[in-house]
Design a protein around this ligand. Structure first.
Ligand SMILES: [Zn+2]
Length: 294
């Protein structure tokens, strides 16, 4: 069994292990759905034939980086025609908000969340199945690495290449997404090298998303905001304590007292922290009351 821990495991049928086993692990192929993740799930599961009847891929990503695994990678998925026996397939959403309307081969770029999600899948699959984390130039026999579906599509494929589709001239996954593959592979290489992981949600993401209603549904962003709030609260409280301590010292010095005890000073700091915390909580309550949607 080979399941990616970052995915929701949603096999297309209970008899997923009745599908043919992979005969080798050579290539990870990047596709585009011409649809959203949920619609594609229905298409694979129902519309194009029940369960594993018809085409399907091993993985699917949504615009916001959610991942479904439809088939265990020890077994075949049928997204790559003659390559099914040795190719792990990743389908990717391209339809519906936030993607712009498009037609023909003008597939919009991957979102930042998809780039991260795909890189994570690629890193896992390369590690799990010993696939080199490199872009391969075509679908010729013996190639091992990452490829866009187009490399095996008639009309695009190199002479002598393995055919990965019956659709003449299919652009999958589109020029923009093919242009993003080096970025995805570079990120996957970073993950494989054990380099410290960047925070997958940057401050820029947070600031942009703040104005986006979908922000409310994304727990990553919400968690980042909560962390920032917690840190700000802790810092403000500490500042209130220090202010109280300085004030107590100033009062003592001005009053000519030289008998100020450590206990008195500590009590002043504690009281400052308590008051600071209470003031911050009150300010947060007031802000929430003024902006109920938050
Ligand atoms: Zn494809």
């Amino acid at each position: 069994m080979a399941r990616y821990p970052g995915a929701t495991w949603k096999p297309l049928a209970a008899d997923w292990a009745a599908q043919p086993r992979m005969r080798a692990f050579d290539i990870i192929c990047i596709h585009t759905m011409v649809g959203g993740l949920e619609g594609t799930d229905t298409q694979f599961r129902v519309t194009n034939g029940p369960g594993f009847v018809g085409t399907e891929s091993h993985f699917g990503t949504s615009w916001d980086g959610r991942v479904i695994q439809w088939q265990d990678t020890a077994y075949q998925a049928e997204a790559n025609y003659n390559g099914n026996g040795h190719i792990i397939s990743i389908e990717n959403a391209d339809w519906g908000a936030p993607f712009p309307q498009w037609s023909g081969s003008d597939v919009p770029a991957f979102t930042a969340q998809q780039i991260e999600a795909i890189a994570q899948i690629v890193a896992w699959a390369c590690r799990t199945h010993s696939i080199p984390c490199v872009l391969i130039p075509d679908s010729k026999p013996g190639r091992r690495g990452i490829a866009p579906h187009r490399w095996g599509v008639p009309g695009y494929m190199a002479a002598g290449g393995e055919q990965w589709s019956t659709s003449q001239g299919k652009a999958c996954p589109g020029d923009r997404r093919i242009g993003q593959l080096p970025q995805i592979i570079s990120r996957a290489q970073q993950l494989l090298s054990g380099a410290p992981q960047e925070d997958t949600v940057s401050m820029d993401d947070v600031v942009h998303s703040w104005y986006d209603p979908r922000f409310r549904e994304n727990r990553n962003y919400a968690q980042v905001i909560h962390n920032i709030e917690d840190q700000a609260t802790a810092a403000n409280t500490q500042l209130a304590g220090l202010t109280a301590a300085v004030s107590t010292l100033a009062t003592a010095v001005a009053g000519g007292r030289d008998d100020l005890t450590a206990e008195e000073l500590t009590a002043a700091v504690d009281e400052g922290i308590r008051r600071g915390g209470a003031a911050i909580l009150a300010a947060q309550e007031a802000a929430r009351a003024a902006n109920p949607s938050a």
